[in-house]
Design a protein around this ligand. Structure first.
Ligand SMILES: Cc1cc2nc3c(=O)[nH]c(=O)nc-3n(C[C@H](O)[C@H](O)[C@H](O)COP(=O)(O)OP(=O)(O)OC[C@H]3O[C@@H](n4cnc5c(N)ncnc54)[C@H](O)[C@@H]3O)c2cc1C
Length: 303
């Protein structure tokens, strides 16, 4: 409920321009975003690699409205892949399908993903597909399925809060899908998504067990210590070793936990966003932890 009202206030143009232009936004942005440029993200990932942690490179931006925007985003992703090859950093590349025109040209979007997945594979890494708001879930699953025959290395994010997710995964059981499980970051109605933390966590735990039994190399994306413990215990019961799953985190959140798990020999990756289109990403990070938002708003009003 709080999340929904915060997200809707944050979409008002006046609120957006106040936050985007305010000098005090910068330090908050810097906590969650590596920087405006690709080199900032490369630097952040190089540092993570030095601590035994892999990267997930995220070019910020979503929902382009014309073919030019989609083509620009695809070019930027290609430039990122080239830079990964030049620098030799250990990172995957995550993409949002609405950034590649999903909303107005699904076939064109599939072509872009095919091109990016081919380039990523040629340098020894793979693409990950973020999951966005619920109206895009069906089409995102369709794009993922369309590419399975040629690119079973693509990792797809699925959201534990969605009521439909268990059924969606069941329909993909035959594919042994390669999934990133996350709770879900968008404001969704009770008809579409479970709202209570306890219920989301229960569904997350159930889906973790399902993925360890039926998926391929599952990635568990959460900072919730209890759910990470559940994953490790469930993997042990299922006979899946440390090499058989991955733990994923967001840049700037629970760094202590990220490092501890990497030091214990778990495969860990951190999602590293970069770019100037940071506003919606930052608002999702604020909304999922009201303490962040209170701190931020106090600074804006008082500073
Ligand atoms: C690698 C990765 C990729 C993701 N990709 C997607 C995606 O494709 N689509 C999507 O909808 N969502 C995505 N998310 C976001 C996800 O859905 C959640 O919104 C986010 O991870 C917070 O939920 P949590 O699982 O950490 O649990 P929570 O219950 O929200 O948090 C557990 C604990 O983590 C810490 N924490 C969590 N969030 C914050 C924060 N913002 N600031 C400070 N501390 C915090 C707190 O200590 C909190 O108690 C991704 C998350 C990760 C880790």
């Amino acid at each position: 409920m709080l999340t929904r009202s915060l997200m809707s206030v944050s979409e008002r143009p006046r609120v957006k321009s106040l936050i985007m232009d305010h000098r005090l936004s910068r330090p908050v942005v810097e906590r969650f975003v590596a920087g405006n440029g690709l080199e900032d993200a490369v630097g952040a990932i190089t540092k993570l690699n030095g601590s035994g942690i892999g990267g997930i490179l995220d070019l910020l931006g979503e929902g382009v409205s014309d073919p030019k925007g989609a083509s620009q985003a695809a070019d930027e992703h290609l430039a990122s892949i080239k830079r990964i090859e030049e620098t030799g950093i250990d990172t995957t590349v995550t993409i949002k399908l609405t950034q590649l025109g999903l909303a107005f040209d699904k076939a064109g979007c599939i072509d872009y993903v095919r091109q990016l997945a081919t380039e990523a594979r040629s340098i020894g890494t793979h693409i990950e597909i973020d999951m966005e708001q619920s109206p895009f879930v069906g089409d995102t699953l369709e794009v993922y399925r369309a590419l399975q025959a040629d690119f079973e290395d693509i990792r797809l994010a699925v959201q534990a809060y969605l009521r439909r997710t268990p059924a969606d995964l069941q329909t993909m059981a035959g594919l042994r899908p390669k999934i990133r499980l996350i709770k879900g970051a968008y404001s969704e109605s009770p008809e579409v998504a479970v709202q209570k933390k306890g219920e989301i966590d229960a569904q997350f735990a159930w889906l973790t067990d399902w993925l360890l039994a039926n998926g391929k190399d599952p990635a568990i994306g959460t900072h919730d210590g209890a759910l990470i413990d559940h994953c490790i215990e469930s993997a042990g019961r299922a006979g899946v070793g440390k090499e058989g799953f991955e733990l994923q985190f967001l840049y700037g959140i629970r760094r202590d936990l990220q490092q501890r798990l990497a030091d214990q020999g778990y495969r860990t990756r951190v999602y590293v966003p970069f770019g100037s289109a940071w506003y919606p990403y930052l608002m999702r990070r604020m909304a999922e932890r009201p303490a962040n938002l209170r701190f931020f708003l106090r600074a804006l009003v008082g500073g």
